[in-house]
Design a protein around this ligand. Structure first.
Ligand code: NAD
Length: 250
């Protein structure tokens, strides 16, 4: 049986209706937390919430002005919602760039800002930011995503420094190529573009610079997120943890 070490804790997981967020929501709920799935996909959020005895919060996190005056009741905040757009800088749609910064930088900032007062009051809080290997190392054609994830690294560290005296930790997780709907779509698209089987996209395009030749499973990310909110994590803050099969080590 899993330890119920998060009993009585309230967790908000953004983008919790799919992929990594879903795996994190299951991990935290399995350990006894009450999990709020914050997602723009209301149906999927409700479905997930019903399976983990949690609750759904239908929210478009790119509509950041609506979050300006938010107060968030959360002991644990997992900033996870994200999207990807691929194009050279010269062709990158400025609106798409802004959208990604709103969703992946402004929204995490506003949610942290909204959750910290309650965490400070209770003297305990855990912020887990799902960054990316692209938060540490760049790739061409992903300017908005790489920029946003690098900014998230800074946000996480400042949160760690300010939160320390209040019992709040903040850390980043930096995965690469996780087996989620987001990556599955990239595999299908690239297979069509190059006219090759999907397995070859993974092997010959995605994993060329990865030492461990497989995709990351969402549960592997969730397991680290679970450790970062668990009982032995109090001294771990302001850090960034890769789960990328050696991609950033290269
Ligand atoms: P996913 O597409 O499977 O899930 C993303 C979730 O976010 C969906 O439920 C979606 O509805 C929600 N979402 C998207 N836009 C939203 C908005 N405006 N408001 C509210 N919710 C919104 O994606 P994933 O692969 O699980 O990625 C999750 C996070 O992990 C992202 O931040 C991504 O950058 C990061 N990440 C993913 C990978 C990977 O290979 N999949 C690698 C590194 C980092």
């Amino acid at each position: 049986m899993t330890d119920q070490d998060l009993d009585g804790k309230r967790a908000v997981v953004t983008g919790g209706a799919s992929g990594i967020g879903l795996a994190c929501a299951r991990e935290l709920a399995g350990r006894g937390a009450h999990v709020v799935i914050a997602d723009r996909d209301a149906d999927a959020a409700r479905d997930v919430a019903s399976t983990i005895d949690g609750e759904a919060w239908e929210v478009d996190l790119s509509d950041t002005r609506a979050l300006d005056d938010l107060s968030l009741d959360a002991d644990i905040l997992v900033n996870n919602a994200g999207i990807q757009r691929v194009a050279p800088i010269t062709e990158f749609d400025p609106e798409a760039f802004r959208l990604i910064q709103r969703l992946m930088v402004e929204a995490p900032f506003l949610l942290i800002r909204a959750a910290l007062p309650g965490m400070y009051e209770r003297g305990w809080g855990r912020v887990v930011n799902i960054s990316s290997a692209h938060g540490l190392r760049a790739s061409a054609f992903k300017v908005a995503y790489v920029t946003a994830k690098h900014a998230l690294e800074g946000l996480s560290k400042v949160t760690a420094l300010e939160g320390a005296e209040h019992g709040v930790t903040s850390n980043c997780i930096n995965p690469a190529y996780v087996r989620t709907p987001l990556v599955q779509k990239q595999i299908v698209d690239q297979a069509a573009v190059h006219g090759i089987p999907e397995s070859e996209v993974v092997e010959k395009i995605m994993l060329t610079e990865t030492a461990v030749k497989r995709l990351v499973e969402p549960e592997e990310v969730a397991s680290l997120a679970g450790w970062l909110v668990g009982p032995h994590s109090g001294m771990t803050t302001g850090a960034s943890y890769t789960i990328d099969g050696g991609w950033t080590a290269r």
